[in-house]
Ligand binder design. Structure first.
Ligand SMILES: [Cu+2]
Length: 289
């Protein structure tokens, strides 16, 4: 978790490697191996000393035969957001948060910050997890949902990332990407990424099949009435007249704030507050009908 513990690990690895190098040379010259020779041995073994540097990025050994890479399906996950390899230094960052609940008004609002992001093709985005256990997952039929990423993009997802961890993904294809967090999808935890210059006529018409069970997969999987009532009761016993005290992904992704043109404007970042301002049912305290 901490920067220092990573440094300690690196030093331990280096020490044990050095020992191996010395042992290899011990047959003829037990303690006389010069530093340059030791370094050559380390390089031959393909093990270099990683050095922690500032800004949470770790310098890499350019001779590493298995350098860290971002997989098109699995991205790159790390339990320590402060130990991202230098070669994967992100162009943008997104944090995964949860806000405090407001009793009788709304539940804890799980969200991405920013909720809308514009990037260039090939950019790396670091998703940093600040509260326990989120995923960053593409809407894709392979995950049971309608496709809301460009046609050639694989059904990518992070693993479950715990607090303090991070996941990185490189957005290669231009287009519109809608993403969600699997554990908190039912609570409306979704976001939108615009990759490249997306002209208005090129905005894909993702279908609003949010509730249907026929045709394309829904945006939100159907849940049983019993489950939904259980969740409402758990939040407060005083919600008999209230339909839902959380956001829904449909509400979030349908806001004007997340219109692709709005996301591309200004600095390319739309905050969760801007999204929330477009959802009167929640921000206006109108959760009781
Ligand atoms: Cu989540």
């Amino acid at each position: 978790m901490s920067h220092e513990s990573h440094t300690d690990d690196s030093e331990r690895r280096t020490d044990s490697t050095t020992t191996r190098g010395d042992t290899d040379g011990a047959a003829e010259q037990p303690h006389a191996m010069p530093d340059v020779g030791r370094r050559a041995v380390l390089q031959a073994l393909g093990i270099g000393a990683s050095v922690a540097v500032g800004s949470g990025v770790v310098a890499a050994d350019h001779d590493d035969p298995h350098p860290p890479r971002i997989d098109s399906h699995y991205g790159y996950a790390t339990p320590d957001a402060n130990a991202v390899p230098e070669r994967l230094a992100p162009d943008h960052t997104v944090e995964l948060h949860v806000g405090d609940p407001v009793p009788q008004e709304h539940g804890p609002l799980f969200h991405f910050e920013p909720t809308g992001l514009a990037v260039d093709p090939g950019d790396i985005v670091q998703f940093s997890v600040t509260t326990p256990d989120h995923t960053i997952t593409a809407y894709h039929p392979a995950h049971g949902y309608q496709r809301r990423v460009p046609v050639d993009v694989p059904p990518f997802s992070s693993p479950v990332v715990s607090a303090g961890g991070a996941w990185l993904y490189r957005f290669e294809e231009s287009g519109l990407y809608d993403l969600f967090c699997a554990p908190h999808h039912i609570l409306g935890m979704a976001m939108r990424v615009v990759v490249g210059d997306l002209a208005e006529e090129d905005v894909p018409g993702y279908e609003d099949t949010f509730e249907g069970t026929e045709g394309p997969p829904p945006l939100l999987a159907p849940f049983s009435k019993q489950f939904l009532e259980h969740e409402l009761e758990r939040f407060s016993g005083g919600n008999e007249d209230c339909e839902w005290v959380w956001l829904t992904p449909q509400e979030v992704l349908d806001t004007d704030a997340l219109d692709p043109g709005a996301i591309q404007a200004d600095d390319g970042r739309v905050s969760f507050d801007e999204v929330l301002a477009d959802i009167e049912r929640i921000h206006g305290g109108h959760s009781h009908e």
